[in-house]
Design a protein around this ligand. Structure first.
Ligand code: ADP
Ligand code: MG
Length: 696
C-alpha cells in the first residue's frame, strides 16, 4: 500500500509525477482512496431523442458524422456531431482540444457522457467525456464503470476520469486480502452487518451491482466516522484519566455570599444543572475541558461568573476572554455590577488598555491581587503572567483560533479548567465531530418571562412604514437597532453602505428629537465604546451599526431591530443579531428588510427566521443549507473533511459511530483487549494523519 505510485503498471515516472502534483496520489494506498465520483452503467445507453430540456447528465452512443476545429485563441474549440437512429447531438470542447481531436475518426462509434444543454433549440453537450464505443459485452464483467475526479493536465496525458479507472483496476487486480487487513472488531462487523474492509475497497471502485456499491459505501463511511469518533473519545477519556488539574474542593464564602445575597434572580433549571456538572468536574483533580452550548440569552454569563467565584474560593484566579473589545468591556461592566461590593478584584485588559494601567494590571495579576481578568486576545499575550490561573472562560468561542486557545495552557504549571461557551448553538453532529473530545453541557432553557421576538420580512419598498413602526416604539420609550451587513470583499464599500444608511435613518429620525449612535469597525476603540455607552445609557434611542454589535451586547430596553439587506446574512448570524432584542420584559420585534432580488437560499433563511426563535433548530437548518465547510469556526480546523462521509447526509451513521466509539472506549480505555488490538494497531499506523484531536 505504501509502494510509490510510479511502480504501478501503467503509471511510470512521468504520469507518476503528474498524479502526485495534480491529485496528491503518492502511493498505491492513495490511489485506492481516490474514489470514483460516479459510476456509469454501461448497459444503459440513452437515445438522443430522449434528451429534453430537463435532462441533466446522460450517456448516449452514436456515430461521428463530422467534426471541425474552429476559432482562435480563447475561442478555439472543437465542434462535433454524433447521431444515432433517433437524432443528432452537437458536442463541443474548449479545452484539451488536441487529445480530443486525436481520438475522433469520422464514421466511428463513440460513447459520450455529459451534461446536456440546449442551444438554438437543439441539444448540445459541452466538454462531454468521450471514448470509442464498445458494447458492454466486450468489456468483460464491468457493468458499473467508475469515473474518477481528474484534472485538465491529467486528461492531456491520457488520464481522464475513465482512464484513471484502468489504473485502479490494475491495482485492485494485484491486491490480496492481507494487503487490506480488517481493522474493525468482528463483533461490530457482525452487529452492524458490514462487509469486510477488503471487499469494501474492491466494491467501491468496481461494484457488480448498485447494492454492492451501497454496501461498500456504507462500510467505508462508517469506518471513517468511527475512527474519528474513536480518536476523539480516546482523547477525552485519556484526559479524564491522566491529566492533572487544579482541584476546586470546596464551595466557599464568596460563592455562597454571592449566591444568597447578590444573585438578582433565581437560576433556571438548566443553569443549575450545568453548574453542578462543572462543580463535579472541577473537583476531580483532572483538567476540565467543557463546551457549554446555550441559545442566545440563556444566561451563560452568570454561570461563568459563579464558576469564577468557585475558583476564587479555592484560591485561584480566573480569566474571561471575549472576541471583541466591545464585548470584553461589556462583560467587565456586567460582572462588575453583578459583583457589587463583593471583595473581589476584577480588571479589564484589552489592546487599548493604556500602558500605565496595563503595567499595573500585569503586576497585580502576577502577584495574585487580581482575581478575575476580563479581556480580549490581550489576555493570552506572552507578557501576561498569572499567579495561579485556575479557570478560563472563552466566550463566543468561534472567533478564537485553536492556537490561541492552546496558549492558555502555558499560563499555569497545571493547566486551568477551560469552559468554552458558544454564541449560538451549534448542531449536534457538528459538536460531535468538531468538539467531540470536549465534555458537553447544554442549556436548553431560557430564563422565565421572555416573550419571543416577533420576526417579519419586509421589502425595502415598505421602508417608510417600517420607519413609522420604529418611531412608534421609540415614542413608547424603547430603543432601536439598524444593522448593516459587512461587505466581505471591501471594507470601503461596507463603510459607504453604512454611512448612506446612517443618513437615511437620520432623515427619518432628525435631531434633536432623536439621537443616534453609530458603531463600526473603523472607529478607534474608545470612540466605539463611547458611542456604545451612550446607547446603553439611553442617551441615544437609535444604534446604527455593522455586525460588530453582533456578539453579546445587552441593552434590555431595545425592542426593535431592523436588519438591512437581510439576504446578505447567514442564518446563525441573523439569529445572533436578533438575540440583541427581546432581552427585557417588553415585546420585541425584528424586521428583516430585503430587496426583491434575494436568492432562493436567502428567502429560505428568512422564512426560517420568521418561523422560529429556537437557536438549536436554526443551527440544524443552517448546517443543512450551508454544509459543514462554511460553518464558522470549523473551517480552519479541517476536521470535517471526511473523504466519503458527510456529517449532514450521513447523520445516522455518525450517531451510530459515536455511540459505538463511546461504548468501546468506556469499556476498554486504551483498546488493549484482544478483540480491539487490530483497531489499536491501525490507529497507531495512522498516527500523524489526523493531528487535530487537541482542540482546547
Ligand atoms: P447569553 O447566554 O446569551 O450570554 P446572558 O448571560 O447575556 O446570555 O444573559 C442574558 C440576560 O438574561 C442577562 O440580562 C441576564 O442577566 C439574564 N439572566 C440570566 N439568567 C437569568 C435567570 N435565571 N433569570 C432571569 N434572568 C436571567
Ligand atoms: Mg453571552
Amino acid at each position: 500500500m505504501a509502494s510509490p505510485i510510479e511502480y504501478l503498471k501503467g503509471v511510470g515516472p512521468l504520469r507518476g509525477d503528474l498524479l502526485k502534483k495534480e491529485l496528491n496520489i503518492f502511493s498505491f494506498g492513495d490511489l485506492l482512496e481516490h474514489f470514483p465520483y460516479r459510476h456509469v452503467d454501461k448497459t444503459r445507453v440513452n437515445r438522443i431523442k430522449e434528451i429534453h430540456p430537463q435532462t441533466d447528465y446522460i450517456q448516449v452512443a452514436g456515430r461521428l458524422t463530422s467534426y471541425q476545429v474552429m476559432g482562435a485563441g480563447r475561442a478555439r474549440r472543437i465542434v462535433a456531431h454524433i447521431e444515432d437512429s433517433t437524432g443528432s447531438l452537437e458536442l463541443a470542447w474548449f479545452q484539451g482540444i488536441s487529445w480530443v481531436e486525436k481520438m475522433l475518426v469520422e464514421g466511428n462509434e463513440y460513447l459520450v457522457y455529459g451534461k446536456t444543454g440546449f442551444f438554438n433549440g437543439r441539444p448540445q453537450m459541452v466538454h462531454p467525456e468521450i471514448e470509442p464505443f464498445t458494447p458492454a459485452k466486450a468489456e468483460g464483467k464491468v457493468f458499473l464503470e467508475p469515473i474518477y475526479p481528474t484534472t485538465e493536465k491529467l486528461k492531456a496525458k491520457s488520464l481522464n476520469g475513465r482512464q484513471i479507472g484502468k489504473l485502479s483496476f490494475q491495482l485492485l487486480s494485484q491486491l490480496r486480502e492481507n494487503d487490506l487487513p480488517e481493522n474493525l472488531p468482528d463483533r461490530l462487523i457482525q452487529e452492524l452487518k458490514l462487509i469486510s474492509r477488503y471487499e469494501a475497497y474492491r466494491q467501491i471502485h468496481y461494484p457488480q451491482s448498485q447494492e454492492e456499491f451501497d454496501q461498500a459505501l456504507r462500510r467505508l463511511k462508517f469506518e471513517e466516522l468511527f475512527i474519528a469518533q474513536l480518536r476523539l473519545n480516546l482523547t477525552r477519556i485519556q484526559r479524564h484519566k491522566s491529566s492533572r488539574g487544579v482541584v476546586f474542593e470546596k464551595v466557599g464564602d464568596l460563592f455562597n455570599r454571592f449566591y444568597s445575597a447578590y444573585l438578582p434572580f433565581e437560576l433556571t433549571g438548566a443553569q443549575k444543572r450545568v453548574l453542578k456538572e462543572i462543580r463535579t468536574d472541577t473537583a476531580k483533580g483532572h483538567q476540565m475541558n467543557r463546551l457549554l452550548q446555550g441559545d442566545v440569552g440563556s444566561g451563560k454569563t452568570i454561570v461563568a461568573l459563579l464558576c469564577m467565584l468557585l475558583a476564587a474560593d479555592n484560591g485561584y484566579q480566573s480569566c474571561m476572554m471575549a472576541p471583541t473589545e466591545i464585548l470584553a468591556q461589556q462583560h467587565f461592566n456586567s460582572l462588575n455590577s453583578l459583583l457589587g461590593d463583593m471583595p473581589v478584584k476584577i480588571a479589564l485588559l484589552t489592546g487599548s488598555t493604556k500602558s500605565a494601567a496595563r503595567k499595573r494590571i500585569l503586576h497585580e495579576l502576577k502577584n495574585g491581587e487580581i482575581h478575575f481578568i476580563v479581556g480580549t486576545h490581550a489576555v493570552i499575550e506572552n507578557a501576561v503572567q498569572f499567579n495561579n490561573l485556575g479557570f478560563a472562560v472563552i466566550d463566543e468561542q468561534h472567533r478564537f483560533g485553536v492556537a490561541q486557545r492552546a496558549k492558555l495552557w502555558e499560563k499555569a504549571s497545571t493547566p486551568p479548567h477551560v469552559l468554552v461557551m458558544t454564541a449560538t448553538p451549534i448542531p449536534r453532529t457538528l459538536a460531535m465531530t468538531a468538539y467531540g473530545d470536549l465534555d458537553y453541557s447544554v442549556m436548553d432553557e431560557l430564563p422565565p418571562g421572555r416573550i419571543p421576538v416577533a420576526t417579519v420580512h419586509r421589502n425595502e419598498t415598505a421602508r417608510a412604514k417600517v420607519m413609522d413602526f420604529v418611531r412608534s416604539e421609540i415614542d413608547k420609550g424603547r430603543q432601536a437597532y439598524f444593522i448593516y451587513p459587512l461587505i466581505e470583499e471591501s471594507e470601503t464599500l461596507s463603510y459607504e453602505d453604512l454611512m448612506q444608511g446612517y443618513e437615511q435613518v437620520k432623515s427619518f429620525f432628525p435631531e434633536p428629537k432623536f439621537w443616534i449612535s453609530m458603531v463600526h469597525g473603523r472607529q478607534p476603540a474608545d470612540q466605539k465604546e463611547a458611542n456604545m455607552q451612550r446607547f446603553v445609557k439611553g442617551d441615544t434611542q437609535i444604534m446604527v451599526s455593522t455586525t460588530v454589535i453582533e456578539v453579546g451586547v445587552n441593552v434590555p430596553n431595545a425592542s426593535v431591530m431592523v436588519i438591512e439587506s437581510a439576504e446578505k446574512f447567514g442564518l446563525s448570524q441573523l439569529h445572533q443579531l436578533r438575540g440583541r432584542v427581546g432581552r427585557g420584559s417588553e415585546k420585541s420585534f425584528c424586521i428583516l428588510l430585503t430587496g426583491s432580488k434575494a436568492s432562493a437560499d436567502a428567502r429560505e433563511r428568512i422564512k426560517i427566521m420568521c418561523a422560529t426563535n429556537d437557536g438549536f433548530k436554526i443551527a440544524e437548518k443552517d448546517l443543512e443549507l450551508r454544509g459543514p465547510g462554511d460553518i464558522e469556526g470549523t473551517r480552519q480546523s479541517g476536521m470535517l473533511n471526511f473523504k466519503l462521509a458527510s456529517i449532514v447526509a450521513d447523520r445516522e451513521i455518525l450517531e451510530v459511530a459515536r455511540a459505538k466509539a463511546e461504548a468501546m472506549v468506556e469499556a476498554d480505555n486504551d483498546l488493549s483487549s484482544a478483540e480491539n488490538l487490530p483497531l489499536k494497531s491501525y490507529l497507531l499506523s495512522q498516527k500523524g494523519k489526523t493531528a487535530w484531536s487537541k482542540i482546547s
